[in-house]
Design a protein around this ligand. Sequence first.
Ligand SMILES: [Cu+2]
Length: 122
Amino acid sequence: MAQGRGSAARGLALGGLLAVCLLLGAAHIAAAATHSVDWSFNADGWSQGKIFRAGDVLVFNYNPSVHNVVAVDAGGYYGCRPSGTSYSSGSDRITLGPGTSYFICSLNGHCGMGMKMVLTAS
Ligand SMILES: [Cu+2]
């Protein structure tokens, strides 16, 4: 009987460990969110007030025949210079790094018309 209780205790311990692992896994999944971006002229307004974390994924949705997405630095954002990686699928998935990220549309003068976005991930 003593041995029976021992293995029951081991079973409970393993069950507890498994539960902790599942909770940690769920917390990890919850930490990496996917944000669907309506990539348009008010994208900067869209990002304001939202919380982003490094590892979150932005999905930029737009018509690729008239827009694109270019990941730029601060100078590119403020000066509308497309100096970084450019995306043009119309459904681009971009994983956020820590700190501030800047995106512009480099087509048809759209950046100058406000098609740009800045956000900060913690
Ligand atoms: Cu555009």
